[in-house]
Design a protein around this ligand. Structure first.
Ligand code: ASP
Length: 595
């Protein structure tokens, strides 16, 4: 029997679970779902039916179920159907598929809906353009890869919540319509109708509210917090994203680590990865020295070393000038680079320049022992060998050296290290290297704005022992801040906060925020700090990034149900969208003519 009318077929089992039944039992089942594929072999029709749990094969035999067979002739990919039938062992077993040992012999088919407009095939193989996929995200999301990604995201969220619940954290929501919380990006603003000319800001993070919750006596808070940052979306960012945000009263950094570590371990366990805790810790200074970045990928070597003692005073003008100006000569050793081609050496030099270096000096030590380098004459053979040895290059390796200011050399060598490792496949795919980077500077000089800015955010506490130097020697003050790094990606960051009004006022002053501005923007915080604020600290983990890494996705878009493009548009709904004049008038707004 076939029908176009609403059917009484009620699902008894998910498609992907059918294989778990004992096929010999010839059990009757009802499945519902989407037609994934149809194959018409003339006498028999095979349908693959898909729902959230997976896929199963259905056979339609005209001799035993003529009506069902007849209606299966007219179904197409993505039609929504129900099938009643009997589970039987399959003749052509497909052992690699979870339901590959069985099939359903259909007795009845109900067609719930025809899919008349399917913009692209629902499979992981066919390449269709990204714009079409985002515009029809509800179809794209049916693909097994994205289904898996969002299901894993759910499992990771559940694992994280369980850990936090067990550790006595309370999930508390904080406002979305609020005022600016500086985290270094532009705010998304929402105009107020009731207060014309005034604006809410969407939170860049719940930072100040979570601190207020500490003052309020909820001494362990967490939230899956949506954060909004209006940035030029380089790389893999989204204008709205999710953090696992937490805060603890009376906490030291180690106590925050003691929560974040089991949290991340529980998420990794969901994808079958066990890690050892406590995690290693590294100072910011060491990370910059050894890896040229504050988020080192420690899965492979290529560490940066100092070549200055080996090259100083040998008469190579480039190096001597850099050292004379207070700069450095540093480098990395590339294993096997002794036989690198000219083309490869040119590519490495280009990468170093792209990352800001003036140039790259290479020294090749061939297996046979011969040394070559454009600086061979200037350094002398002994000098070249000594420089290569200083950065750890042995026979058969290449040494790549950069001279210049310490930050320039760090950035260039850090970037070079990553690109060469990627090129040579040096980072094992199945390794999960986590570490804490700590002891960041509190402030950094913003040359463009000509003022000090907070490295983390303005509420981060300086190390108490450094506080006296805040006014006189701000660059020497370290912060009680820490980042959590996984395989070279920052997956979390936090700090111990300032819990005393006088200290917060001093830090505001150091940041060039005068008393009036501090009162206008952060008066509520200052008053709260004066109302019995406990010492406190916390962290926020980038949940989208963690999910993407744990499902092996290239982009966080793959773990966000409805992501935006790199230009912050939603191609599905067409946001941001123009609004009509009435709405603008209600808000007291008028648009200027675009030039
Ligand atoms: N609010 C910070 C951020 O979004 C995290 C924290 O300090 O807890 O990066």
């Amino acid at each position: 029997m076939a029908s176009e009318a609403p059917s009484l077929l009620r699902r008894t089992i998910g498609c992907g679970l059918v294989g778990e039944f004992d096929a010999a039992g010839r059990r009757e089942v009802v499945i519902t779902g989407w037609v994934h594929r149809r194959r018409d072999l003339g006498n028999l029709i095979f349908l693959e039916v898909r729902d959230g749990s997976g896929r199963v094969q259905v056979v339609l035999d005209p001799s035993s179920a003529p009506d069902a067979h007849e209606s299966a002739q007219h179904v197409h990919a993505e039609d929504v159907i129900g099938v009643r039938g009997t589970v039987v062992p399959r003749e052509a077993v497909n052992p690699s598929h979870p339901t590959g040992r069985v099939e359903i012999r259909a007795a009845e088919i109900a067609i719930h809906n025809r899919a008349r407009a399917v913009p692209f095939p629902v499979d992981d193989e066919s390449e269709s353009n990204e714009e079409a996929r985002l515009a029809h995200r509800y179809v794209d999301l049916r693909r097994p890869r994205l289904q898996r990604a969002l299901r894993t995201r759910h499992a990771l969220a559940r694992a994280a919540r369980r850990v936090l619940d067990d550790l006595g954290f309370l999930e508390i929501e904080t406002p979305i319509l609020t005022r600016s919380t500086p985290e270094g990006a532009r705010d998304y603003l929402v105009p107020s109708r009731v207060h014309p000319g005034r604006f809410y800001a969407l939170p860049q993070s719940p930072q100040l509210f979570k601190q207020l919750l500490m003052v309020a006596g909820f001494d362990r808070y967490y939230q899956f917090a949506r954060c909004f940052r209006d940035e030029d979306l380089r790389a893999d960012r989204q204008p709205e994203f999710t953090q696992i945000d937490l805060e603890m009263a009376f906490a030291t950094p180690s106590e925050v680590y003691g929560v974040a570590e089991p949290l991340v371990a529980a998420m990794l366990r969901e994808v079958g990865v066990e890690i050892e805790t406590p995690l290693p810790r590294m100072s910011y200074a060491e990370a910059m020295d050894r890896f040229g970045t504050d988020r080192p990928d420690t899965r492979f070597g290529l560490e940066i070393r100092d070549a200055a003692p080996a090259v100083a005073g040998r008469g190579f003008a480039v190096f001597d000038a850099a050292l004379a100006e207070g700069g450095v000569v540093r480098g990395i050793a590339v294993p096997g680079g002794g036989s690198a081609s000219r083309k490869m050496l040119d590519a490495w030099s280009a990468w170093a320049r792209e990352a800001g270096a003036n140039g790259l000096v290479w020294i090749r030590t061939e297996e046979g022992g011969a040394v070559s380098s454009p600086a061979l004459k200037a350094l002398g053979e002994d000098g070249a060998r000594a420089a290569a040895a200083a950065v750890g290059a042995e026979r058969g390796d290449a040494a790549l050296l950069v001279a210049g200011p310490v930050e320039v050399a760090a950035r260039a060598l850090g970037a070079l290290r990553l690109r060469i490792a990627a090129e040579m496949g040096l980072a094992p795919k199945d390794r999960w290297d986590l570490l804490w980077v700590e002891r960041f500077p509190l402030l950094q000089w913003d040359a463009a704005e000509e003022r000090w800015v907070a490295c983390h955010h303005p509420f981060t506490a300086p190390r108490w022992e450094d506080l006296d130097r805040l006014e006189g020697e701000p660059s020497s003050v370290l912060a009680q801040a820490y980042d959590l790094v996984l395989n070279g990606a920052e997956i979390g960051g936090g700090s111990i906060r300032i819990h005393r009004r006088d200290v917060q006022e001093r830090v505001f002053r150091a940041l060039g925020i005068g008393a009036e501005e501090a009162e206008a923007k952060f008066g509520f915080l200052l008053r709260a700090l004066d109302a019995g604020a406990p010492p406190h600290g916390g962290i926020a983990l980038g949940f989208d990034r963690i999910c993407a890494m744990l499902v092996g996705a290239d982009s966080i878009r793959d773990v966000i149900a409805f992501p935006k493009t790199t230009s912050a548009s939603c191609l599905l709904t067409g946001s941001p969208a123009p609004v009509d004049g009435r709405q603008l008038a209600d808000l007291g707004l008028r648009l200027e003519e675009a030039d």
